[in-house]
Design a protein around this ligand. Structure first.
Ligand code: LLP
Length: 439
C-alpha cells in the first residue's frame, strides 16, 4: 500500500468545481472556480500536479465503448503517467497496461495487475530483463531479430509477440516518430520471414504482432495505413492470437487546434477490422495502447510566480517550477496553455514569457503569451500536463519533485505523492551516493 494513499483532505470539492477543472483542461477557458485550485495550492504548496479522476474515467469509458461490436482491448501506456493511484483508476475501468521496461512491468505486478493484462514492449532488453519478464509471465513483445533469436534459444517451446517496423511514422515532433524507415524500433519487414523461420525451428509461437507509429499522431490516415500493414501481415503468422496497433492518439494543446476525431477514426478502422475478421476465420483480438489521450487533459501543473522581470523586449513571469518538472516545452518546443488563476476575470492582458527556475536559458515554459496582468504570488495553471509531465521529471539542479494531488470522483482531494523537503532531497542524494555527511 502506498503510504500517501490515506492522506485525504476532508474539504469536498463540489462537482461543479470538478467540472470547472475539466473545462480548463478540456478546452482552455478560465476555470469556473479557480479559488478551489488556489486553496489546494495553499494547502499543499507548489509546484503541484493536480489530476481529475472523473475526467480520466470518462476518457477510459469513451475508449472502451469505441468499438462496441469488435474484439478490441485497450492497454494504458503507463509511461504517460505511472502514478499508481491513477493506474488503479484506469485498471478499474477495464484497461490493461502497456509497459516498456522491466521496472514498469514490476510496477504493474506490484499494484495487482494480472500478467496477461501486462504487455511488455522491450527495447534493448538485457538477458536478465528477458528472464524476469518470462518469470512474471507477462506478454513479451520483442523488437529486434537478435533479441528474438536469443529468446528462442533460451525459451524454446514458449510464445511471444513481435514488434514490426511498419515504415510509416507520425508524431507531434520528429523525436517521437517511431515507425519511419530509420526508426530504431521494431523488426524490419524484410526480416520477418527469417524471424518466423527461427521461431518455428524453436517451436516458439508468435502469438502477437505489434507496431507503434509515433506519439501525437497528426494524420489519422497514417494510423489507418499502419493498421492495414499489420492486417496484411497477419496471414504470415500461423499462431496469431492478437494484433496490437500501438498508441499515439493525440490531444489538442492549443485552444484553436481541432480535436482528433475518434469516432470517425473508429468508423474507418471498424470497416477494415470487420472485413479482416470476415476473411480470417481465426479468433483474433485487436489491441490499442494509448497513454497521452487518457491522462493528458486530466492534469495540470500548478505553479506560483515569484519573480516578475522586465528584460526590455520581454517580460518574464518567473515560477517555482521548470523543465525539471515539465520537460515537454524544452524538449519538443511543445505548447501548453497557461492560465493565471489568481487574476480577476476582467484583468487587463499583457504578453509574457513564462520562465522556469532552472539555471539554463532554455528553461522557458511558454513564449509570447497574452495573459492576464500577473504579479508575484499569483498562481498559474499549466494545462494538459497529465501525460509525460511527472514521468519525465528529474532532480536537475537538485530540486525536489512536485507533489501530486488527485481530485477524486467524489470531489475530495488527496495527496497521491508528497513533496520532499529540500533537506530530504539532499539527504537522500547523499545517502544514494554512499557519502557520509560532514554536517
Ligand atoms: N506504445 C508505445 C510502444 C510507445 O512507445 C508509446 C509512447 C505509446 C504506446 C503511447 O503513446 P501515446 O498514446 O501516449 O502517444 N514524451 C513524449 C511522448 C513520447 C512517447 C513515447 N512512446 C511527449 O511528451 O510528447
Amino acid at each position: 500500500m502506498c503510504k500517501f494513499g490515506a492522506v485525504e483532505n476532508n474539504v469536498q470539492i463540489t462537482n461543479s468545481i470538478a467540472e470547472g477543472f475539466s473545462q480548463i483542461t478540456d478546452m482552455h477557458p478560465v476555470p469556473v472556480d479557480p479559488d478551489r485550485l488556489i486553496a489546494i495550492a495553499q494547502k499543499w504548496g507548489t509546484p503541484t500536479y493536480i489530476y481529475l479522476e472523473k475526467l480520466i474515467r470518462e476518457r477510459c469509458r469513451k475508449l472502451i465503448n469505441l468499438f462496441p461490436d469488435l474484439p478490441v482491448s485497450w492497454l494504458y501506456a503507463i509511461k504517460a503517467n505511472d502514478n499508481p493511484h491513477l493506474m488503479d483508476i484506469i485498471a478499474d475501468e477495464g484497461l490493461g497496461f502497456d509497459t516498456v521496461s522491466y521496472e514498469e512491468v514490476l510496477l504493474c505486478r506490484k499494484i495487482g495487475a494480472e500478467p496477461h493484462h501486462i504487455f511488455y514492449t522491450e527495447n534493448n532488453m538485457t538477458d536478465a530483463e528477458m528472464k524476469g519478464a518470462v518469470e512474471q509471465q507477462v506478454i513479451l513483445n520483442i523488437g529486434s531479430l537478435s533479441r528474438l533469436e536469443a529468446f528462442c534459444d533460451t525459451f524454446p517451446g514458449s510464445s511471444c509477440s513481435i514488434r514490426i517496423k511498419p515504415d510509416i511514422g507520425d508524431g507531434h515532433h520528429a523525436k517521437v516518430d517511431t515507425g519511419n524507415e530509420d526508426s530504431k524500433f521494431g523488426i524490419r519487414l524484410d526480416q520477418l520471414s527469417e524471424a518466423i523461420a527461427y521461431a518455428e525451428k524453436n517451436r516458439v509461437a508468435i502469438k502477437g504482432i505489434h507496431a507503434h507509429i509515433g506519439s501525437g499522431i497528426r494524420e489519422p490516415e497514417n494510423l489507418l495505413y499502419e493498421i492495414n500493414v499489420l492486417l496484411d501481415l497477419a496471414r504470415l503468422f500461423n499462431d496469431l492470437e492478437f494484433i496490437n496497433f500501438g498508441g499515439g492518439i493525440p490531444i489538442p494543446y492549443r485552444s484553436d487546434e481541432p480535436d482528433f476525431d475518434l469516432n470517425r477514426f473508429a468508423e474507418l478502422a471498424s470497416g477494415r477490422l470487420k472485413t479482416f475478421i470476415g476473411e480470417e476465420g481465426r479468433p483474433i483480438r485487436f489491441l490499442f495502447e494509448p497513454g497521452r489521450w487518457i491522462v493528458g487533459p486530466a492534469g495540470i501543473l500548478l505553479t506560483q510566480i515569484n519573480t516578475v522581470k522586465d528584460q526590455g523586449r520581454k517580460t518574464f513571469l518567473g515560477t517555482d517550477t521548470g523543465f525539471n518538472h515539465l520537460l515537454r516545452p524544452a524538449l519538443y518546443d511543445a505548447y501548453h496553455g497557461v492560465v493565471n488563476i489568481s487574476a480577476p476575470s476582467d484583468a487587463e492582458t499583457r504578453v509574457y514569457d513564462v520562465a522556469g527556475n532552472i539555471c539554463e536559458s532554455g528553461d522557458i515554459l511558454a513564449t509570447d503569451r497574452e495573459m492576464s496582468e500577473s504579479k508575484t504570488g499569483d498562481y498559474l495553471a499549466i494545462l494538459d500536463a497529465g501525460a509525460y509531465g511527472m514521468t519525465m521529471a528529474s532532480l536537475y539542479n537538485r530540486r525536489a519533485l512536485p507533489a501530486e494531488i488527485l481530485i477524486t470522483g467524489k470531489g475530495f482531494h488527496k495527496a497521491i505523492r508528497q513533496r520532499k523537503t529540500p533537506e530530504q532531497t539532499v539527504d537522500e542524494f547523499l545517502q544514494d551516493t554512499g557519502y557520509s555527511q560532514k554536517k
